[in-house]
Ligand binder design. Structure first.
Ligand SMILES: *Cc1c(COP(=O)(O)O)cnc(C)c1O
Length: 371
């Protein structure tokens, strides 16, 4: 889509390369970056292209549409869906060599039938629910996997689980989840079902649960340069990849007693220089930023005044010298010595940095910096 509006997200591929190199220092296991939700809002195709140049061969997405988008661009990458795929789409999985997550016997039977029909082998990874309470085999895992392993044209390449509390200072629950996976894997091996790949580590587990690294790690957030550990327990020198920017569209000075925005929630107490920004909550600038959120202009913090609108937002620039229409505004990212992090925006919105990144919507063009 052509872009005529001065609002954009800068995606710094050098920062991405830096992050993947840092992550490789944390583990000897293969890295399968998680690029679901359009690579956490960064643009999956561009992110995968850059990571392939760093030697990454395997990628994880949340569902089949996302996998097919990547397959269309990268015929030789290993692509895995780490979420449910309905049995009726088994033939697509087999044809496109996409590895599904299997957590029901019926899925495996449908996949086996598709593979037989297409005269191919289908690789699968088995998902075990060891305590996340989301999806995965539970009590009957051993029997179910045994049955699946006997299906024609099915290659059980991997077995994995997902940790519920890997970002916690208390890792005992995470360890109990790993114990369950280990026990099941041992039992399968002993009965002659040799599953060569185990995985469990999301970003916080890559950082602080080395027992979870196994053959593959599945980091998402740290690839994009954000630290998932609340109190930044460990500084592993990550660089945020994405910044959100815009240019001032209008400037005016209002008198004391005049109001700004819907519902007149802000009244000027002094002559106030107001800048209007051409983005709003439909772009991912949360409405909870109304009257109190901040953005950066000329390296200084300025306050959002009035309610954030769908497409526009007003800020008080009374204290900024020489401000002009067209000046750059940083909503997320760095300007001079000041920085607004996804964590800061998340705290204000009562959420986590993941949701801030995913919340930057499609209509914001992504600009890729690479040098
Ligand atoms: C999203 C997801 C990840 C990545 O999580 P991060 O915390 O972003 O590293 C890994 N594994 C599974 C199953 C996921 O759903």
């Amino acid at each position: 889509m052509a872009s005529y509006r001065p609002v954009w997200a800068e995606v710094n591929l050098n920062a991405l390369r830096h992050n993947i190199r840092r992550i490789k220092k944390l583990t000897n296991s293969e890295i399968m970056p998680i690029v679901k939700a359009d690579a956490y809002g960064h643009g999956a195709v561009q992110i995968v292209r850059a990571l392939r140049e760093e030697g990454i061969q395997r990628f994880g997405v949340a569902f089949l549409e996302e996998a097919l988008e990547l397959r269309g661009h990268f015929s030789d990458s290993i692509i895995m869906v780490i979420g449910p795929t309905l049995p009726e789409y088994s033939e697509i999985l087999v044809k496109e060599d996409i590895i599904p997550e299997i957590f029901q016997v019926e899925q495996a039977i449908a996949l086996s039938e598709a593979a037989v029909k297409l005269k191919k082998n289908a690789k699968i990874h088995i998902k075990i629910d060891t305590g996340m309470g989301r999806i995965g085999f539970r009590e009957t895992a051993f029997e179910d996997i045994t049955q699946i392993s006997l299906l024609p044209n099915i290659d059980v390449e991997g077995i994995y689980t997902h940790l519920a509390t890997a970002d916690s200072p208390d890792l005992s629950y995470a360890q109990s989840q790993l114990d369950q996976l280990n026990k099941l894997h041992d039992r399968l091996c002993a009965s002659g079902i040799d599953i060569s790949i185990r995985h469990a580590a999301n970003s916080p587990a890559v950082m602080q649960v080395s027992a979870s690294h196994y053959e593959i790690c599945r980091p998402g957030l740290i690839i994009y340069g954000l630290n998932p550990l609340e109190e930044l327990a460990q500084d592993i020198d990550l660089r945020p990849v994405l910044s959100l920017k815009a240019r001032i569209s209008h400037l005016k000075t209002i008198d004391p007693g005049e109001s700004v925005g819907y519902g007149r929630s802000f009244f000027a107490e002094r002559p106030t220089k107001v800048a209007t920004l051409p983005l709003g909550y439909a772009d991912g600038l949360r409405r909870t930023m109304s009257n109190g959120g901040e953005v950066l202009i000329k390296g200084q913090r300025v306050l959002i005044i009035g309610k954030v609108c769908m497409d526009q937002t007003m800020v008080d620039v009374s204290d900024i010298e020489n401000v002009a229409v067209g000046d750059e505004v940083t909503i997320l990212g760095k300007d001079g010595d000041e920085v607004i992090t996804a964590k800061e925006l998340a705290d204000r919105a009562g959420t986590i940095s993941y949701e801030i990144l995913c919340g930057i919507t499609k209509r914001v063009p992504r600009i890729y910096l690479d040098n």
